[in-house]
Design a protein around this ligand. Structure first.
Ligand code: NAD
Length: 271
């Protein structure tokens, strides 16, 4: 069902790797709702991912960019404005990768070089995207910039490792840049804190299976699926949310405000 609420808007979607990716669903919904978008991902993802398939399906150009490279970001944003025919109205940052998680180094045995790289990819890249767009004056007034985050920024989830600090940093950038972008260009910046979701990045976290089930049972509405997250992103890109900025918005079926739910104590809810 489409209400065309993004008609006439232009945007960039980072992070669609395969059809499980949250960004993949967001890209599809944005186009369904009338937006024109460009897709981007790291050059390496062009080889391993399926982004070309998505580009064909929704008729969107793909412009590779390593989100840690200012040069790539400048090229991406400039080219996107060319391809789409004007300044942007929205940007989705849907990027996360932890070297210590990937290489199975625990939190008390962190390799700091990897931690810094993780911060650069998963959080500092958000600042880089915003600063590049800001300097190029690439976003229209009342534009909307979003990044995806997780509640491990506020609470301890031991196996989330250094991604917890990455998300805390990411959310802080949304508040700080949100001030500057709002104050000088009327652009809003927010993060959406999403439920555990079965994707390449999500399932890379140790014990994800048990943890997914626990969060699902704890949340009165259950875990929010990727498709519903995409709907929320569309709403945040639309003109219906013009005065929402500098917020961390929970999209988690109620998990973040729960203390106890009997259902969560059972490992097999049907027992
Ligand atoms: N899956 C979950 O449980 C969950 C929950 C809450 C928040 N999130 C967040 O959602 C976002 C999207 O993740 P996902 O779950 O869809 O997984 P995903 O693996 O599909 O997406 C992560 C993306 O980051 C991209 N990426 C990695 N390094 C990059 C770089 N240097 N430059 C550009 N792109 C790069 C990957 O290629 C990939 O497309 C992430 O920020 C993640 O932390 C995920």
């Amino acid at each position: 069902m489409s209400n065309n609420i993004l008609a006439g808007k232009r945007g960039i979607i980072f992070g669609a790797l395969d059809d499980q990716s949250i960004a993949w669903k967001v890209a599809e919904k944005c186009v369904e709702e009338g937006a024109k978008i460009t897709l981007t991902n790291a050059p390496v993802a062009m080889r391993f991912g399926k982004i070309q398939e998505l580009g064909k399906k929704i008729n969107s150009e793909i412009i590779p960019a390593d989100a840690t490279s200012l040069e790539d970001l400048e090229n991406l944003i400039t080219q996107s404005m060319d391809v789409l025919g004007g300044k942007l109205d929205f940007i989705l940052h849907s990027i996360g990768m932890s070297l210590n998680v990937r290489k199975k180094r625990g939190y008390t045995d962190i390799k700091y070089e990897w931690m810094q790289k993780t911060f650069d990819i998963s959080a500092i890249s958000f600042h880089k995207v915003m600063q590049t767009a800001f300097k190029l004056d690439a976003v229209n007034d009342w534009g909307s910039i979003l990044a995806l985050t997780y509640i491990a920024a506020q609470r301890t989830f031991p196996d989330y490792n250094e991604m917890a600090e990455s998300k805390a940093l990411l959310e802080s950038y949304a508040r700080s840049f949100g001030f500057h972008y709002g104050d000088s260009k009327k652009v809003r910046v927010n993060t959406i804190s999403q439920s555990p979701t079965w994707t390449t990045a999500g399932s890379g976290v140790k014990g994800f299976d048990e943890f997914f089930g626990y969060a699902d049972r704890m949340s009165p509405l259950g875990n929010a699926p990727a498709e519903a997250c995409a709907d929320y992103c569309v709403a945040m890109f639309s003109d219906y949310t013009k005065y929402v900025t500098m917020q961390n918005l929970y999209h988690d079926g109620g998990f973040s405000n729960m203390g106890m739910n009997q259902a969560a104590l059972k490992s097999d809810p049907s027992a």
